[in-house]
Design a protein around this ligand. Structure first.
Ligand SMILES: [Zn+2]
Length: 301
């Protein structure tokens, strides 16, 4: 189900961008979709971007990869010519913070949860992908950090950042545009795909479910919900995602209770009924089982 009347593509442009990790040239199309009054979702490569535009300038949620900054700014300009004044990062991952350095140097104030700055400041090792990420340069680091919540009063809206502990990482923030009735979920919500849960960075399926419940408390049936990855959703779709996560967690908890090993749990296919819709993207069913299994093991200890 779509939210009536607010899904308008206002700009599409193609750019030749250098992929951040593979250093290969590829075509990236940046598209913009209006999701509420003065608020937009921007899709390119990496985490979805949220925008509030108006008389007080541009407020950005996440900024994808550094090579995409010129194309992102070009797309924003088509919506509103004002300066990018604030960037808030939903969490530290590079596909959400890669444009920080460029935008910071252009005068935007970078804001994020304390843990985002902490993690970006030092080398990170990601066990699930066996990948090491070096510390970010100083200009990419958030200048303003917060513990639990942060508020912005811009463009006639009240924008609230609410930290959710131990979910996708240990530093996730839900961004709620109260007047526009829009939520940017960051990677707390992967729409139409299983989520990545970064256990190396303090993530857990328990926090993911709590985060979905928090967003469902904020939302009504008209709220546009921008996921970190995938198309814009509504509360009904977010509810289905929450139920999927909770069902998989409960099934795997029962299997662990029976003394099953991770291999035996994978063979039992506790995600099977969801795999067709959620399991054909970035995270495969076995990986999803692994995230939940490890979350449960960590939760018990
Ligand atoms: Zn992420």
């Amino acid at each position: 189900m779509r939210i009536k009347g607010v899904l308008v593509v206002v700009a599409t442009l193609s750019v030749l961008a250098v992929q951040a990790d593979a250093q290969e040239e590829q075509q990236v199309t940046i598209t913009v979709e209006q999701v509420g009054t003065g608020t937009y979702a921007l899709f390119g490569r990496g985490g979805n971007i949220g925008i509030s535009a108006g008389e007080d300038g541009i407020f950005l949620v996440d900024d994808q990869f550094a090579p995409l900054t010129p194309a992102i700014l070009e797309a924003i300009k088509r919506v509103d010519p004002g300066p990018v004044r604030f960037v808030i990062n939903t969490h530290f991952h590079g596909d959400h913070t890669g444009g920080n350095e460029n935008l910071g140097k252009q005068g935007a104030l970078i804001v994020a949860h304390d843990k985002v700055r902490e993690r970006m400041s030092v080398e990170q090792f990601n066990e699930a992908f066996n990948r090491t990420t070096p510390p970010s340069p100083k200009d990419a680091l958030p200048v303003v950090t917060f513990g639990n919540t942060v508020g912005f009063h811009l463009n006639g809206d009240e924008i609230r950042g609410i930290h959710v502990p131990g979910a996708h990482t240990d530093g996730d923030t839900v961004i709620y545009f109260r007047k526009a009735n829009v939520i940017h979920a960051g990677d707390l919500y992967f729409n139409e795909r299983y989520p990545f849960i970064d256990l190396s960075a303090g993530g857990s399926v328990f926090g993911m479910i709590d985060a979905a419940n928090l967003m469902l408390q904020l939302a009504d049936e008209e709220t546009a919900i921008i996921p970190g990855h995938g198309p814009v959703a509504n509360a009904e779709e977010l509810r289905a995602y929450r139920d999927m996560l909770a069902t998989i967690r409960d099934r795997i908890a029962a299997l662990i209770e029976e003394g099953k090993s991770l291999e035996e749990v994978v063979v039992a296919k506790p995600t099977e009924e969801y795999d067709e819709v959620w399991g054909n993207n970035f995270i495969k069913p076995e990986q999803m089982v692994g995230f939940v299994y490890d979350s449960l093991k960590a939760h018990k200890n």
